[in-house]
Design a protein around this ligand. Structure first.
Ligand SMILES: [Zn+2]
Length: 419
């Protein structure tokens, strides 16, 4: 970084050199953040003027907004937009510096903003992380993976997020509920959510996960994308076990799994790693309600759902896949998906068994599980002193779906005598 006097001595003929520095500051002060970013790109000399100018306390006080607790949507959008423009300004005026120096210079400007730091601001709906995310997105847009990895390491050092994450994922789920939320908000709002491009989001998610073994990856994925308790805003660990969750509470998790599943060319990652994570995920903190596992699989779509069931079929886990399939069919009926989807899925899984007797055993298992599940739900429904309306309704849907599914299935079965 050049000082103003050094800069002046090497550019004696420039127009700016002939002006007193106070006048230069007045001129630069008339420019908006975006105009300043464009002006800074015109020559090495103007870059230095802009860098010196934006290093002044006066400019910092004026442009680096520290207020992130806005009540209105318009104010929130304006602040995020301002930070995106600042990202572009810092990107353009530090072009000539090596990445490490660039990051050091840039983030030294933000080091004292509490809303950008972990465990410093506890205001709900604080915009700090979203602004930092918007800033980072424009700053590093177009940087290659090596540079982005440097950014990741730099941010990890700056925020000390890795030791915090290590503590959280090696503790009982929910034991550190506020640090869990902080980690989620920081990772989602700063690193993951600003990217609309799947590849970039994949990059950051893999950077975050690859540091840990599979069980911890599953734990961290739930911290980042699991359902939240509506009142407390903390991760609803027990919800996955005790309560049937609707689509929208599982959708983020399904999206994250698909993001990973579709990125198979990454070194050290394979479809099996994702299946392993999925397997671990559905038993944290205890085995989930089967309907939640089934709904998550349905949301993940045909390819991941089939691969998950087929790998269980290959390992002879017939009871488990039968139970999952029964609940997948129930989810299809409840959530309004076409039953052909489930029929095709069962047909595909059936093909995994390579002999006719094995296929027959699988189908018998599936039929028996249908009957067992129906009976279990009925018993729960009428076993107590009162009739549980929700459970009874689920039983009715299950019976309807059973009839619909089997009619379609048998029809397909008859059309394909080789199965
Ligand atoms: Zn705040």
């Amino acid at each position: 970084m050049q000082t103003r006097s050094q800069n002046s001595s090497c550019s004696r003929d420039s127009l700016f050199h002939r002006l007193p520095s106070e006048v230069v500051d007045i001129i630069l002060g008339k420019l908006s953040v975006l105009e300043l970013s464009v002006f800074g790109m015109t020559s090495k000399e103007t870059t230095s003027y802009v860098v010196n100018y934006i290093s002044t306390q006066k400019w910092t006080n004026k442009e680096i907004t520290k207020e992130f607790h806005h009540p209105t949507y318009q104010e929130q959008q304006a602040t995020i937009g301002h930070y995106k423009a600042l990202g572009l300004l810092f990107k353009r005026c530090t072009l000539l510096l090596p990445t490490k120096d660039r990051l050091k210079f840039i983030f030294s400007r933000f080091s004292e903003i509490p809303c950008f730091m972990l465990e410093h601001c506890f205001v709900q709906d604080c915009l700090g992380f979203a602004c930092l995310g918007g800033f980072l997105q424009t700053l590093i847009a177009g940087w290659d993976e090596l540079e982005c990895r440097r950014v990741f390491n730099f941010l990890c050092d700056l925020t000390n997020i890795l030791p915090k994450t290590d503590t959280v994922i090696h503790s009982k789920p929910g034991a550190h509920c506020f640090p869990e939320v902080e980690i989620r908000l920081f990772c989602r709002k700063v690193l993951l959510d600003p990217w609309s491009n799947r590849l970039e989001c994949q990059f950051w998610l893999i950077e975050l996960l690859k540091l840990w073994p599979m069980v911890s990856q599953a734990h961290l994925l739930l911290i980042l994308y699991g359902p939240l308790l509506p009142e407390e805003g903390t991760v609803g660990w027990q919800e996955m076990v005790d309560r049937v969750l609707p689509n929208d509470e599982l959708w983020d998790l399904a999206r994250a799994l698909l993001l990973l599943f579709n990125k198979l060319e990454v070194k050290g990652w394979s479809p099996d790693s994702i299946l392993g994570i999925l397997e671990e995920l559905t038993v944290i903190p205890q085995p989930w309600h089967v309907e939640n596992v089934a709904r998550l699989l349905v949301l993940c779509g045909s390819h991941l759902c089939y691969t998950f069931l087929a790998s269980k079929a290959l390992n002879g886990r017939l009871q488990e896949i039968s139970r999952l399939i029964v609940y997948i069919i129930l989810v299809c009926e409840k959530d309004g998906y076409h039953m052909n989807w489930a029929v095709k899925l069962v047909q595909q899984v059936c093909q995994v068994f390579n002999s006719d007797p094995a296929k027959l055993v699988f189908l018998q298992n599936l039929e028996n599980t249908f009957a067992e599940t129906t009976r279990d739900l009925f018993e729960v429904s009428v076993g107590g002193h009162f009739l549980d309306g929700d459970t009874f309704q689920t039983l009715c849907i299950l019976l309807d779906s059973s009839a619909r599914f089997h009619s379609k299935f048998l029809y397909t079965f008859l059309k394909r005598p080789e199965v």
